[in-house]
Design a protein around this ligand. Structure first.
Ligand code: ZN
Length: 289
């Protein structure tokens, strides 16, 4: 099972499925395949992709009325297409199932106008709405769109054991981020190396940071539903209140730069150290207002 599917299975089991996800992979086809699997899971009456229930059977017959795949007539999506197929269509209640799921393949073929057209829908879809963007090239998406999506990687395969070890490593990293303003600078050196021992890659660490940042954006807009880390809600809310919009934007820039550095093969520990120091400084600044 890939990482994205595993993640969704977990949130469904906990009753914490969000409303908008970005499924990423090396190329479009596997990303879309994973998104389809996730749509099937999310609609399954048992939440497991049982293959037996009315929803699974409808999906498997290729004819599910409440799983909609967006299409585009030309090379790119058009604003009219995304309005009609998503923004307006999602306002109509599900036909016969509990959710209405929208698959948006090749999300990099959404130009800036299309991305702006779906922004509000991504932010506040109806309670029954689930939107799954998939792409092999997330670089084409605007930060405003990315900040409203939980990004999941569909390339990596996971087993139950690696998943458990990963959750522990993630929890330790999250704990450090949670007290970053009080952390000793020495704790930030060699971070990637120590994480690697636990099975958490630098990319994973950036994903955790991204989810945390997305939670801050949501909290800033006073949206406390659909947080990636509900257990951190109180702290997230306090931080969001203290942070200015400019400081939040700087955090996002810091994350983007970290990703670029990682791609251009800068040492992973150095990348995470810089990101932590930036985060720490901004959190300290936010308290000094
Ligand atoms: Zn089912």
């Amino acid at each position: 099972m890939n990482r994205a599917e595993q993640f969704i299975r977990n949130v469904i089991a906990r009753g914490e499925l969000g409303h908008a996800y970005l499924i990423e992979a090396e190329s479009d086809a596997p990303a879309f395949a994973a998104a389809r699997t996730i749509a099937r899971l999310a609609q399954c009456e048992k939440g497991t992709g049982c293959g037996q229930c009315a929803s699974c059977r409808a999906f498997d017959s290729g004819n599910h009325p409440d799983i909609i795949t967006l299409t585009h007539a030309k090379e790119q999506y058009g604003v009219g297409e995304v309005r009609a197929q998503l923004v307006e269509d999602i306002l109509i209640r599900p036909y016969s199932f509990s959710r209405k799921v929208y698959l948006l393949p090749e999300a990099h073929k959404l130009n800036a106008a299309c991305q702006n057209a779906i922004l509000k829908t991504l932010e506040e879809p109806p309670v029954y709405g689930l939107i799954l963007l998939s792409t092999g090239n997330r670089n084409a998406l605007l930060p405003t769109v990315l900040s409203r999506l939980v990004a999941l990687n569909a390339d990596e395969e996971v087993t139950d054991e690696t998943e458990a070890a990963l959750r522990e490593a993630e929890a330790r990293w999250l704990a450090l981020l949670g007290r970053i303003e009080y952390a000793d600078a020495s704790e930030m050196t060699g971070l990637a190396d120590s994480m690697k021992k636990d099975g958490l890659s630098a990319e994973d660490a950036l994903t955790v940071f991204e989810k945390l940042l997305r939670d801050l954006y949501l909290a800033k807009g006073r949206v406390m539903e659909g947080l990636s880390y509900p257990s951190e809600e109180k702290k997230t809310r306090e931080r969001a209140e203290a942070l200015t919009d400019g400081q939040l934007a700087r955090l996002w820039t810091g994350l983007d730069e970290a990703k670029k550095r990682l791609k251009s093969n800068v040492n992973a520990s150095v990348v995470l150290e810089i990101l932590c120091l930036t985060f720490r400084q901004i959190m300290i600044d936010s308290k000094e207002k």
